[in-house]
Design a protein around this ligand. Structure first.
Ligand code: NAD
Length: 370
């Protein structure tokens, strides 16, 4: 039986449209061979939307995003919009999408492909086979907490302040995402905070412990202080399966984990929102990299981060883990064949433009499907 998955593609600016073109080729390949196909819509976002409509995200495009089964996002921004008013800047397009879709759980995998082991600054044996997932709370915590500001005390001393605050439901919903992910992986979760020095950290730990006892006794839960986690990520990253943490700690730890893999051009992400009655979540998938204005329009961008974001979509929005595995294996094949975009170039490898990397992945898919 065929079923159509409604996907909205918001390619954005700079290299966004270039990398997304390669993803669409793989979507077409899959549609031609699988029981489901994609009902693909597209829209403008970021600078492209600003040029056409004077705003980085129109209400119509936002409505399309909310109505879609999943959104595939490229990248936004560029120096030509540096002087645009803050509320109309390209970045506001993605921030508004995250807010309006209530995308509270940000998933950042750190996956090391064997042919790229040398791209990491860490030793081969530390990162070979690495496959961990960081779940970062994305809509709460110190980046949004009140009160915040800069004021002057009665004695004339000026100060700046922000507030780290998490409610029990905010902790519960992001930790549920982490526990449920762990069930599909290696059944292990590290919950990361600073319960030793922060009230909100102690509260986070108590809430996770209670949730685990109530509903997730089958998962191995460990608690870890954020500073130790940063150290362990570079010392012995393979000890981790799923890490769940606050917005602030997740911001730092996910960038640290990303660098274990070596290149921005290989890093996908997913942002998940609340589930409806049918269990379907609002979801947006995007490469971690930006619009790379320095290489835009030159067919130089690595399309693999965008493609791996699409495999996350298959896995987490469409329950198509086999197809996600197949595409990831094809990526591995393409890399093993020696092709490299400039960002992951190594001695002895062959320089490949964006579309040649797409060709190589499609060739590997054909070979695997034969
Ligand atoms: P960037 O990620 O765009 O680029 C950083 C460096 O990495 C550049 O040298 C770039 O050429 C390279 N790079 C990035 N992606 C690559 C890829 N797929 N293949 C090969 N090389 C790649 O970050 P930046 O330069 O700090 O920002 C550029 C613009 O992107 C800015 O306007 C920024 O605001 C925006 N940005 C947007 C997002 C987003 O849309 N989510 C994220 C980060 C930055």
């Amino acid at each position: 039986m065929s079923s159509n998955k409604r996907v909205l593609i918001l390619a954005g600016d700079g290299i966004g449209p270039e990398v997304m073109r390669q993803v669409e080729r793989v979507m077409d390949w899959l549609s031609a061979r699988r029981s489901f196909s994609f009902d693909v819509g597209s829209g403008l976002v970021g600078g492209a939307s600003y040029e056409a409509h004077g705003t980085p995200l129109t209400d119509e495009t936002l409505a399309d995003a909310v109505a879609a089964d999943a959104v595939l996002f490229g990248a936004v921004g560029g120096p030509q919009w540096d002087d645009v008013a803050r509320e109309a800047r390209p970045e506001m397009g993605i921030l508004r999408l995250r807010k309006e879709m209530d995308l509270y759980a940000n998933l950042r995998p750190a996956l090391v492909f064997d042919p790229l082991v040398e791209a990491s600054t860490l030793k081969d044996e530390v990162v070979r086979g690495l496959d961990l997932m960081i779940v970062r709370e994305l809509t709460g915590g110190i980046y949004f907490g009140e009160p915040r500001g800069v004021d002057t005390l009665p004695d004339g001393i000026r100060r700046g302040f922000d507030t780290e605050v998490y409610s029990a439901p905010e902790i519960e919903r992001v930790c549920r995402v982490a526990f449920e992910l762990a069930r599909r992986r290696d059944n292990r979760v590290h919950s990361v905070e600073k319960a030793n020095v922060m009230e909100s950290g102690k509260f986070w730990r108590d809430e996770v412990t209670a949730l685990h006892a109530a509903d997730y006794g089958d998962i191995v839960l460990e608690h870890m202080y954020a500073d130790n986690c940063a150290m362990q990520l570079v010392r012995r990253p393979k000890q981790f399966d799923v890490i769940v943490t606050s917005n602030l700690f997740g911001d730092l730890l996910s960038d640290c984990a990303a660098m274990l893999t070596g290149s921005l051009g290989m890093l996908p992400s997913a942002s998940l929102g609340p589930a409806d009655e049918g269990g379907n979540r609002k979801a947006l998938y995007e490469p971690v990299h930006g619009s790379a204005p320095d290489i835009a329009g030159q067919n130089l961008a690595n399309p693999l981060a965008a493609l791996l974001s699409f495999t996350m979509m298959l896995r987490y929005s469409f329950g198509a883990a086999d197809d996600a595995d197949l595409i990831e294996a094809a990526v591995q094949d393409a890399l093993a064949g020696g092709l490299r975009t400039a960002d992951i170039m190594q001695d002895g490898m062959t320089a490949a433009p964006t579309d040649a990397m797409g060709d190589a992945v499609l060739g590997a898919l054909d070979a695997r499907a034969a």
